[in-house]
Design a protein around this ligand. Structure first.
Ligand SMILES: Nc1ncnc2c1ncn2[C@@H]1O[C@H](C[S@+](CC[C@H]([NH3+])C(=O)[O-])CC(=O)[O-])[C@@H](O)[C@H]1O
Ligand SMILES: O=C(O)C(=O)Cc1ccccc1
Length: 243
C-alpha cells in the first residue's frame, strides 16, 4: 500500500485539494489515517445493505472513490435482481475503482460511472450511500441532490450520509478539531502535513453542523433520521424513507 506523503515537504504554493492521480494512489492510506472510524463505517454500510436489501433494486455509492462502500455492500447482498451503481467524477478514482471491483468475484453486478452526482439520474433504490462526499458540493447543491435521492428511494429504503461536521459552539468545535488533529498526529502525520492539507481543503470542503444536516434531510422529505456514529468532528447518519 502506498503511503501518503503529499503534504510532507513545504510547498511554495498550496493548491486546492483535488482527487487526482497522486491522491488516488495513496487514498486508502490517506483516508484510513485521516478519518476516525472509517473502517467501522464501511463495515456498518455492509451490515445495513444486508438488512435493507430488497429484491430487484439499486444500491448507489455516490462519490465512490476506490469503491470501499460498494465492495462492502456487494459482499452483503443476497436478494435476487440487485445492482450496485458507483459514481465518481474523478477519472483517477473511477479507473482504479473499476480495477478494484474486478479483483474480487461476485454475483452482484456493479456499474462504475464517471460522472457528476448532481447530474446522474437515480431510481428504484433500496439504499443510497453518500460517504464523505456531500461536503465537497457547493452548499446550494446539497438539497437538490438529497431531494433526488429521496425521490429515487423505494418505500422502506435508506440513505447513509457520512460527513465531517462543525459544531455551532466555538469551544466544542475547537475541541473536536484539536482531537482530530491529535488523531492524525498519532497516525504519523506531522504538523506541516496537517496544516498544509488543512489549507488545501479550505476552499473545497465546507462542512455543515449536524443540526443543518437534520434540517435539510427533513426538508427534502425524510421524516426520520438518526446519527448512528460520531467520533470527534466526523459523523454518519441514516435517513429513512417510510415503508
Ligand atoms: N460532484 C461530484 N460528483 C461525483 N463525485 C464527486 C463529486 N464531488 C466529489 N466527488 C468525489 O467524492 C469523493 C470523496 S471521498 C469519498 C470516499 C468514499 N465514499 C469511501 O467511502 O471510500 C471523501 C474524502 O476524500 O474525504 C472523491 O472521490 C471525489 O472525486
Ligand atoms: O484529512 C482531513 O483533515 C479530512 O478532513 C478528511 C479527508 C480525507 C481524505 C481526503 C480529504 C479529506
Amino acid at each position: 500500500m502506498h503511503k501518503d506523503h503529499i503534504y510532507a515537504e513545504p510547498l511554495a504554493h498550496i493548491q486546492d485539494f483535488r482527487f487526482d492521480d497522486q491522491v488516488a494512489d495513496v487514498f486508502p492510506d490517506m483516508i484510513q489515517r485521516s478519518v476516525p472510524g472509517y473502517q467501522s463505517i464501511i463495515q456498518t454500510i455492509g451490515q445495513l445493505a444486508s438488512r435493507y436489501q430488497q429484491a430487484n433494486s439499486h444500491f448507489y455509492d455516490l462519490g465512490c472513490s476506490l469503491g470501499a462502500a460498494s465492495l462492502a455492500m456487494r459482499r452483503n447482498i443476497s436478494a435476487a435482481g440487485c445492482k450496485i451503481i458507483a459514481v465518481d467524477n474523478s477519472p483517477a478514482m473511477v479507473q482504479r475503482c473499476q480495477r478494484h471491483l474486478e479483483a474480487f468475484r461476485s454475483e452482484v453486478p456493479v456499474t462504475v460511472l464517471e460522472g457528476d452526482i448532481r447530474e446522474v439520474a437515480f431510481e428504484n433504490a433500496a439504499m443510497v450511500v453518500i460517504n464523505f462526499t456531500l461536503q465537497f458540493l457547493a452548499k446550494q447543491d446539497r438539497s437538490p441532490l438529497l431531494k433526488k435521492v429521496y425521490q429515487a428511494l423505494k418505500p422502506g429504503g435508506i440513505l447513509v450520509l457520512s460527513e465531517k461536521i462543525i459544531s455551532a459552539h466555538s469551544r466544542s468545535n475547537q475541541l473536536l478539531v484539536d482531537l482530530h488533529h491529535d488523531f492524525k498526529r498519532a497516525n504519523g502525520y506531522s504538523e506541516l502535513e496537517i496544516s498544509q492539507k488543512r489549507t488545501a481543503l479550505e476552499n473545497v470542503m465546507q462542512p455543515d453542523s449536524i443540526a443543518a444536516h437534520q434540517q435539510r434531510l427533513e426538508q427534502v422529505g425524510f421524516t426520520e433520521s438518526t446519527v448512528w456514529f460520531q467520533c470527534f468532528n466526523f459523523c454518519s447518519m441514516i435517513a429513512f424513507k417510510q415503508p
